[in-house]
Design a protein around this ligand. Structure first.
Ligand code: SF4
Ligand code: SF4
Length: 236
């Protein structure tokens, strides 16, 4: 419970910082537009954590992921994403698309896009983040709230790549009842618990499955402890 509370507080802290930076950058782009680099610096600075702990940036630190968790928990239709969205090619296409869109905004609006309304100007990073956020909210309402994180986010793609080398993972222990609840509630839509061992590199370490497990059979351990755990393939 303490871990869950800590996760919520960290998420709310990063959301608050990001919203303040976002508001200032929109209000006065010339003066505060560079605050938008803070988000990128934080992302690049904390992403190497994936090499040890997995995608903790996505689960605990990403302001966009935090907003999706906090805004959409009650309004998401919580349905499985369609096959086209789950297809691996869609993820590659999304990385190329959002990367290209970022470059386009960068070249087209280096001084920001002036909206001619109360001096509001949107910088290139803001434009990209707003496009991604709108996409994430739309998908999060229609399907699972983290559908964007699971299938489209370029940062999540990078995190999942690095996470392959992580030392820690979630493992089901002997107490597991094979009820399958952890797989059903996972916000990553079946992209975890796939290799018969731990939750795997796609897992964002949100720990929702661990808190939902009726017998607390999910442990966050180093990979060296795998033999003590229960293979996930025993679960339905
Ligand atoms: S780890 Fe817990 S939630 Fe998952 S199948 Fe086992 S008993 Fe069920
Ligand atoms: S496996 Fe558990 S911790 Fe990992 S993303 Fe799914 S619900 Fe979150």
């Amino acid at each position: 419970m303490k871990t869950k509370l800590a996760g919520n507080l960290i998420q709310k802290f990063t959301i608050t910082i990001w919203l303040i930076a976002f508001g200032l950058a929109v209000w006065n782009f010339k003066r505060f537009g560079s605050l938008m680099y803070l988000g990128m610096i934080m992302m690049l600075g904390t992403m190497p954590l994936a090499l040890i702990y997995g995608r903790v940036y996505c689960g605990w630190l990403c302001p966009m992921g935090g907003l999706l968790d906090n805004l959409l928990a009650r309004i998401s239709r919580n349905r499985p994403s369609p096959p086209w969205l789950r297809h691996p090619a869609t993820r590659i296409a999304a990385v190329i698309f959002f990367g290209g869109l970022g470059l386009f905004f960068w070249k087209r609006f280096p001084q920001g896009l002036a909206l001619n309304w109360r001096g509001v100007t949107l910088g290139p990073i803001l434009l990209l983040m707003m496009t991604m956020m709108l996409t994430a909210i739309t998908l999060g309402v229609l399907y699972r709230r983290r559908a964007f994180c699971a299938h489209l986010c370029p940062t999540g793609f990078l995190g999942a790549l690095l996470s392959r080398a992580s030392h820690y993972d979630l493992y089901r222990q002997e107490a597991c009842l094979d009820c399958g609840k952890c797989e059903r509630i996972c916000v990553l839509e079946g992209k975890t618990w796939t290799d018969g061992k731990g939750a795997g590199p796609e897992c964002i370490r949100c720990l929702e499955c661990a808190f939902a497990c009726p017998v607390q059979a999910i442990a966050y351990e180093t990979k060296a402890t795998v033999p003590a755990g229960k293979p996930a393939s025993n679960c339905p």
